[in-house]
Design a protein around this ligand. Sequence first.
Ligand code: NAD
Ligand code: TYD
Length: 365
Amino acid sequence: MILVTGGAGFIGSNFVLTSLTQADESILNVDKLTYAGNLNNLQSVSHDARHIFVHADICDNERMLALLMEHKPSAIVHFAAESHVDRSILGPAEFVRTNVNGTFSLLEAARSYWSGLAGADKAVFRFLHVSTDEVYGSLGPNDAPFSETTAYAPNSPYSASKAASDHLVRSYFHTYGLPTLTSNCSNNYGPYHFPEKLIPLVIANALAGKDLPIYGDGQQIRDWLYVGDHCAAIRRVLKDGKPGETYNIGGWNEKANLDVVHTLCDILDELKPADAGHSYRQQITYVTDRPGHDRRYAIDAGKIERELGWRPAETFDTGIRKTVQWYLDNQAWVRDVQSGEYMKWLEKNYSQRDSAANTNQQGAI
Ligand code: NAD
Ligand code: TYD
């Protein structure tokens, strides 16, 4: 059995679902069910005896230790986090609480549990910390992609809190010998992605006839990876990764935000055409840039390919098409997520943001 934290969120739920179907792995899923956690993501496995859901906060160290002692997992895969950069700018405290203190609480519980193990149980145990490429900061246009030896330079409260948690994990390996693994992944996309993030937000807004907000000039670059590929990479790291090591995971797929949004609009124009003569591109609206917005992320995923034999299976073309189709097929999921208090709060905060280039956008098409 694996203990997964944050398994009701975007990547965590994809990991739980694919681990049950593709790897026949039993899962103890520990999630606080914040605004980003959604049990509907796990509906298809709600009667699967191999999946146990526990509603708990990773900051509750005693509870974490009790769960470990009761279920005796062979590994922890730690996804639980506050994950949205814009939200971290509006309110960083929760990011420090969950991402830093929560990871510390979980590490302490893991150390205590692991110290009490013996023989093969102790030898096989792993603590896999799921992190982000954002800890490395921002690249210039001609810089080489981030490698595992790139110096940390986090720029947002989100990335700073993840960087702090990465350092704690590193220290538990070096100081206590806890067999940790850390993966730093680029931007994910795919099913169950919460519509506060660029790709699901643009799909949802396009279909609702709303503006598609582009921060600044839309030329910021992200390295997109299909979530199923990320989950497969995590399973590979868990199985074959060397304790104490970190692994960068990415899609070899750098795209400017505006190009991503154009692609989404074009696929939607094809799969779900709006009124005659209307392209979803006409809904693109330039808005004030995010403070401290990182210009470019790109991952050198060479180490995980060389040492563990992992490469992404999806191209951006295949992954993004599947994703748009998933959102078209799962409008009820989107409506349900959007009906929550958090989306109303988010919308209110962002509607107050002034429109930089206000009018459209024709020039961007
Ligand atoms: P998400 O926001 O969709 O889900 C986070 C989950 O964690 C939710 O289910 C939430 O309820 C749970 N959670 C939050 N605080 C908790 C707490 N205190 N105790 C227990 N559960 C708690 O996030 P995501 O996009 O699925 O990201 C998962 C992990 O992957 C994060 O650690 C994130 O930093 C990392 N990551 C994300 C991306 C990405 O593109 N989304 C890329 C690289 C790394
Ligand atoms: P996001 O999905 O929030 O991920 P991250 O900030 O972790 O990379 O944003 C992806 C990119 O899209 C980022 O450069 C910010 C930009 N963006 C927009 O232009 N408009 C939006 O409405 C959002 C949410 C993001």
